[in-house]
Write a protein that binds this ligand. Structure first.
Ligand code: APR
Length: 180
């Protein structure tokens, strides 16, 4: 049973799984400002998708924190990768929350700009970038809910793909806490 809600005509769902295996129009990469690869989600996407993704990334000239850029998806089941750069969490007093909201908003805007109908997100910034996951989940779901309410029916599906059961449970609580 997949947890989820329909918000303004868009299915928002939570699953435990591997972002590289998601068959959505786009998957979102938890990238860094160089867009030249890394570990975690970034490493998994480049490993599974193959070298064509990095070749495209090299031509993008990086991406600022809080923003997102689109490439193809190489050998992945998804059609596109949206490379999103979340903030490194320092102490919560350096604009981290706003930057995390920005990266979710810019990722959805990028999908909409390319006419995509389904997007899968990892839990951006909650790994190597050490963003506390409960706060990050509230920001992620709150931001996506706001953006899809502004564009009713523009997206069919936004899926959050959590790598562990504990992370999924945190996101389920945050989804339940969203205003109706
Ligand atoms: N599928 C889904 N989620 C995953 C996967 C995967 N294959 N691998 C890791 N995760 C989870 C982690 O458990 C964490 O909850 O994704 C979340 C984000 O972790 P990171 O990948 O470390 O991303 P982030 O915290 O945003 O740090 C980004 O790490 O890999 C580098 O180049 C990247 O510098 C950038 C930084």
């Amino acid at each position: 049973m997949t947890a989820g809600r329909t918000i303004a005509g868009t299915r928002v769902e939570l699953v435990q799984g591997d972002i590289t295996q998601q068959d959505t129009d786009a998957i979102v990469n938890a990238a860094n400002t160089t867009l030249l690869g890394g570990g975690g989600v970034d490493g998994a996407i480049h490993r599974a998708g193959g070298p064509s993704i990095l070749e495209e990334c090299r031509r993008l000239g990086g991406c600022p924190t809080g923003d997102a850029k689109l490439t193809g998806a190489g050998r992945l089941p998804a059609r596109h990768v949206i490379h999103a750069v979340g903030p490194v969490y320092r102490d919560g007093r350096h604009g981290e929350a706003d930057l995390l909201a920005s990266v979710y908003r810019r990722s959805v805007e990028t999908a909409l700009a390319h006419g995509l109908r389904s997007v899968a997100f990892p839990s951006i910034s909650t790994g190597a970038y050490r963003f506390p996951i409960a706060e990050a989940a509230a920001i992620a779901l709150g931001t996506v809910a706001r953006v899809v309410r502004d564009r009713p029916g523009a997206l069919d599906l936004v899926r959050f793909v959590l790598f562990s059961a504990p992370d999924l449970a945190v996101y389920e609580k945050a989804l339940a806490a969203l205003p109706a």
